[in-house]
Design a binder for this molecule. Structure first.
Ligand code: MG
Length: 379
């Protein structure tokens, strides 16, 4: 069912975290996200992608995304008739890179198509699962005691896998302590590209902990050295930052760079590309799981719908609102359902349209813009 985008509203928001999110690349005290509303006739829908405040996770940053959406991406799409949401990739692809900014707009178009057709996003994407198992994630903390207590809480809540951020000074001794308390728990570590092949001894040291995988140990742009490392350590390598396009997913398969991939729609430019990456990896026999960037309930809902596809076989990085925030920017907030005691995210049905709470949006907004029929108005 074709539609024309009449207007695009873009918001950069800063969502204050309950506690700092510390990784190998730095610390975020609030999460900077891009929220996009697309309006077609009397219908509207919201999308989200979360590049963070500074270009530390990737080369993108939220303020740059706002500027690009305002100056290039939204004007390229307003007034164009789209046969489906998938087709919005064409006008966006003339601009290089900037996947998170594109995804904020592209995911809004998918949400609009869902409203227009009365189908859920899960249905549009071809997902078949009714629920998506989720895992527990812990950033670098002040002490090992604090981490052990947090993991114990997650185990008590029924989480079946735990992901730990891993960086120099929070490395093998941290795993010794975790394993001494939780010898059989499914655990993996995320390095956020902190290391190089010069750190081979440390990376080989991971093998004695029986980890499910090591996520993005080496440079974000380096598929070759990940392939070399895969031949030198036993712990399976999972790529995150390195898989930015379907072509890079194909190359990683050809080189043997990984045995797992974490897919984030924002990182690859939206849902159409994310489904393409998922399908390439499924055909290559490489299982995937859904990653996250601490999005609001809008992004979490998008990730959950995506997570119903059939090649996801490891618990997802989708977080309930109360794990990260005092209040969610959007409503309804994210909650989990226990199935056989295990927390799961439930995909929204066609009647659910998540949107920002207007007062919270005003309070958390850092900058915004509106684009209509090629005309630009900044607020
Ligand atoms: Mg990661």
């Amino acid at each position: 069912m074709a539609f024309t985008i009449d207007r695009v509203d873009v918001h950069q928001v800063a969502m204050p975290l309950l506690s700092p999110w510390r990784t190998s690349y730095g610390q975020d005290d609030s999460i900077h996200s891009l929220l996009v509303r697309v309006i077609s006739g009397d219908l509207e829908a919201w999308g989200e992608a979360t590049p963070f405040e500074r270009p530390e996770y990737s080369s993108e940053w939220a303020h740059g995304g706002l500027d690009l959406l305002r100056s290039c991406l939204a004007p390229a799409c307003v007034g164009i008739e789209l046969a489906t949401a998938r087709n919005v990739r064409a006008p966006l692809d003339r601009y290089k890179g900037n996947h998170f900014a594109k995804a904020a707009l592209e995911t809004a178009c998918w949400a609009l198509e869902a409203r227009l057709t009365g189908r859920s996003l899960r249905e549009l994407l071809g997902g078949r699962r009714d629920a998506v198992e989720v895992g527990a994630d812990f950033p670098v903390m002040d002490s090992f005691e604090e981490l052990v207590a947090a993991i114990g809480g997650a185990v008590d809540e029924g989480f079946r896998r735990v992901k730990l951020k891993f960086r120099r000074g929070w490395d093998l001794p941290m795993l010794e302590v975790v394993r001494s308390h939780f010898p059989d728990l499914v655990v993996h570590v995320d390095c956020n590209n902190a290391f190089s092949l010069e750190d081979l001894d440390l990376l080989r040291g991971l093998d004695r902990f029986g980890l499910a995988m090591v996520e993005q140990p080496l440079h974000h742009d380096d598929l070759h050295h990940h392939a070399a490392l895969a031949r030198m350590i036993e712990t399976p390598i999972c790529l995150d930052e390195s898989i930015t396009t379907p072509a890079r997913a194909r190359l990683a398969v050809e080189l043997g760079s990984c045995r797992w991939v974490n897919i984030k729609p924002g990182r690859v430019g939206g849902l159409a590309a994310a489904v393409e990456v998922h399908d390439i990896l499924r055909e290559a026999g490489i299982p995937c799981w859904v990653g996250g960037n601490l999005e609001s309930a809008i992004g979490a809902s998008i990730a959950t719908a995506f997570g119903t596809l059939d090649n996801f076989s490891y618990p997802a990085d989708i977080f309930p609102t109360d794990r990260l925030y005092r209040e969610d920017l959007a409503t309804p907030e994210v909650t989990f359902r226990r199935i056989d005691g295990v927390p799961h995210a439930i995909p929204d049905d066609a009647s659910c349209a998540r949107q920002p709470d207007p007062e919270r949006l005003r309070r958390m907004s850092v900058g915004s813009a509106t684009v209509t029929s090629g005309q630009l108005a900044t607020t």
